[in-house]
Ligand binder design. Structure first.
Ligand code: DAH
Length: 343
């Protein structure tokens, strides 16, 4: 009788274990089977209790039969649990597998803005003559921007139409020339400086931006002549534009006397005349001149002993000419498709 029951039980258990193993939640199912057979009210537990109630004579045999079945179910349950655990671990490892041979994500590397590149190229040329780079504030006082540079009160550049004022006395510098004054106030001659930076004017079209850039140059020493100015600026033109023909036209700036503008022969048509140079054969590059003694007086330099030359180069125009950029606004739109071309 008990033999039959036990046989049925082992068969049942074996089937249940097999079924459980096929399920997604095999471990959970197997735990339920364990309780079903070996729990406090489990089928084997109950049988063992029944054995206790048998007579002394029947007990040993029945007991050993139940124990055999118990051990065999326990063993197959245990191996099923181990198998299910292994399978679970393997499937997790598979789903979390890392392919270390996949290419990494390459970081997007930025690049210098074309105007920064041009500024550095220009600075590097003047550095060979011993010019060092100095920067000044973009918000200036009327005195530094105009007065100290000998620009009279009624000068047209002081007009609200041209200058962006912050208050009566404060403004956005309209040129980099005030940096000359700031440096001369602090340093005794001789000096050779280059002052790059942003400047501001009320102006906006394809060739004018309300914010643009200049590089101011200043050299002060004893026995400086206009010949030195021509030599240094001619060298710059050759190095930067690879164009050796330059010309100096008389001009006027309040802070230099005499003043001039330097043109280079058009490096597109080499003087024949084209659209870029508007058929003139020349390109206007910079303003320059010998420092006016009245500027020296403003900073306490001895105008009898020292002379100097100064120049102001706009950065955008040479950059547009050299890089073939048709519209100044492209520099400031920050369109990466434009900027990437100059990486
Ligand atoms: N500051 C002038 C301007 O913005 C440029 C300039 C001309 C600077 C002649 C100079 C110079 O130092 O000597 O138009």
């Amino acid at each position: 009788m008990i033999r039959e029951t036990l046989e049925k039980l082992s068969k049942e258990a074996a089937e249940q274990i097999n079924e459980a193993l096929a399920k997604e939640n095999a471990l959970e199912m197997l735990e339920r089977i364990r309780v079903l057979y070996f729990g406090r009210k489990g089928k084997i537990t109950e049988l063992l209790k029944d054995v206790g109630k048998l007579s002394q004579a029947e007990r040993p045999e029945a007991g050993s039969l139940v124990n055999q079945v118990k051990k065999s179910i326990e063993a197959s349950l245990e191996s099923a649990i181990q198998g299910a655990k292994k399978r679970k671990r393997e499937s997790r490892l598979k789903s979390e597998r890392l392919d270390v041979t996949l290419p990494g994500k390459s970081p997007k590397i930025g690049s210098l803005h074309p105007l920064t590149q041009i500024e550095r190229d220009i600075s590097a040329i003047f550095a060979r003559f011993g010019f060092s780079v100095v920067r000044g504030p973009e918000v200036e006082t009327d005195w530094y921007n105009f007065e100290s540079l000998n620009i009279p009160k009624d000068h047209p550049s002081r007009d609200m139409q041209d200058t962006i004022y912050i208050s009566n006395d404060l403004l956005l510098r309209t040129h980099t020339s005030p940096v000359q004054i700031r440096v001369m106030q602090q340093v005794k001659p001789p000096l050779r400086i280059l002052c790059p930076g942003a400047v501001y004017r009320h102006d906006f079209d394809a060739s004018h931006s309300p914010m643009f850039h200049q590089i101011e140059g200043l050299l002060v020493d004893e026995e400086v002549t206009f010949g030195d100015l021509k030599g240094v600026l001619g060298f710059f033109a050759r190095e930067f534009f690879h164009e050796s023909k330059v010309r100096f036209r008389p001009s006027f700036f309040p802070f230099t006397e005499p003043s001039a503008e330097m043109d280079i022969q058009c490096f597109i048509c080499h003087g024949k005349g084209c659209v870029v140079c508007k058929q003139s054969g020349w390109m206007e590059i910079l303003g320059c001149g010998m420092v006016d003694p009245s500027v020296f007086k403003h900073v306490g330099y001895d105008a009898e002993r020292y002379q100097g030359f100064a120049f102001g180069i706009g950065i955008e125009r040479p950059a547009m000419l050299k890089l073939g950029i048709p519209d100044i606004r492209l520099f400031f739109d920050n369109d990466v498709r434009f900027l990437r071309q100059f990486q």
